[in-house]
Design a binder for this molecule. Structure first.
Ligand SMILES: Nc1ncnc2c1ncn2[C@@H]1O[C@H](COP(=O)(O)OP(=O)(O)O)[C@@H](O)[C@H]1O
Ligand SMILES: [Mg+2]
Length: 303
């Protein structure tokens, strides 16, 4: 297969591993910086150039689009989709997952459980909004935050109200959630490829924090997701339309709760902790699902 990896930096661990796994399997692979892809959009005639030359004919594209380039990156990815490339994580699925509010609404509609979440705009409604959630502690999250930045814990009603007011003053979008205390700062990262969990790790927040993100100093150990947890993780990825996802679950008294579905999950932590060739699993999944890119009328022929 002729594969492109959309990534800003070919030296990043995940990008390198995906390229290496693809080459080992005899695929041709090229890392493309999404910000260097530019496109012509016209009825019946899509075109894309990269550093002055046309690019087309990729059977598949694996997106590794960082949160800072979501908009441009997904536009480039959509162009590849329109040109017939298979994407395990299509542009719309990435946009669904990146917006926590939207993702939670979609998961809720499919009966997938997560911490109860409220969202509202008008300052006059703050007291009633927080009462819909119940008493603190509350977890307040920026809607498009990542890696634990923008996730706050408030222990008193006055603290919840003042953080909500401060964020409104900054025109930030955020959600407020019930705090799942029994998780004790741990969560379970399930790495989903297709319809299975290929590896899982338990992440533990550092002393004094409740956020288990490795970027916040959390530690990780290989773990076993039980059958129920695996089913929830796979279902959550499917509801958002993601073929590759890092689904973060929290173990609560009422069962596994989905905290987040990450559409560009890092490989480094989980491959080293679990000793699993996740890059290989992703490439195999993509090779099994990709098809010939569209050619012919109105489309650029594969080069
Ligand atoms: N409702 C909650 N109750 C308890 N802990 C939480 C809750 N929400 C988030 N956390 C902790 O904070 C971390 C970061 O939250 P998350 O929603 O995944 O945001 P991010 O996108 O920044 O990773 C989680 O991995 C978890 O350890
Ligand atoms: Mg997270």
């Amino acid at each position: 297969m002729k594969l492109a990896i959309l990534s800003r930096n070919s030296k990043l661990y995940s990008t390198r591993r995906l390229a290496e796994a693809a080459r080992q399997r005899g695929h041709s692979v090229r890392v493309l910086d999404p910000l260097r892809c530019y496109m012509r959009i016209a009825s019946q005639a899509f075109d894309m150039h990269y550093q002055g030359k046309p690019i087309a004919g990729y059977h598949a594209v694996i997106p590794r689009i960082g949160a800072s380039v979501t908009r441009y990156g997904t536009a480039v990815l959509r162009q590849f989709e329109l040109m017939g490339s298979y994407c395990p994580n299509p542009s719309d699925a990435i946009l669904r997952a990146r917006d926590k509010l939207r993702a939670h609404q979609l998961l809720a509609a499919q009966g997938i459980d997560f911490p109860v979440t409220v969202f509202g705009d008008n300052p006059d409604d703050t007291t009633d909004l927080l009462s819909m959630l119940g008493p603190p502690p509350h977890v307040i999250k920026l809607n498009e935050g990542a890696q634990g930045a923008g996730v706050m814990l408030t222990e008193k009603p006055a603290a919840s109200r003042s953080v909500v007011e401060a964020l409104r003053g900054l025109y930030a979008n955020f959600v407020v959630q019930e705090f799942i205390a029994e998780a004790e700062g741990a969560d379970l990262r399930c790495f989903v490829v297709g319809d299975r969990v290929v590896a899982a790790m338990r992440r533990q927040a550092p002393e004094g924090d409740f956020r288990s993100n490795l970027h916040r100093g959390g530690s990780a150990l290989a773990a076993e997701a039980n059958a129920g947890e695996q089913a929830v993780a796979v279902r959550a990825a499917q509801v958002l339309g993601l073929g590759v996802a890092g689904v973060d679950l929290i173990r609560s008294q009422r069962g596994p709760l989905v905290l987040e579905v990450n559409s560009t999950p890092g490989l480094e932590g989980i491959e080293s902790v679990c000793g699993v060739d996740i890059a290989g699993a992703i490439v195999d999944h993509v090779a099994a699902h990709c098809h010939q890119p569209r050619t012919g009328q109105g489309r650029r022929r594969p080069s």
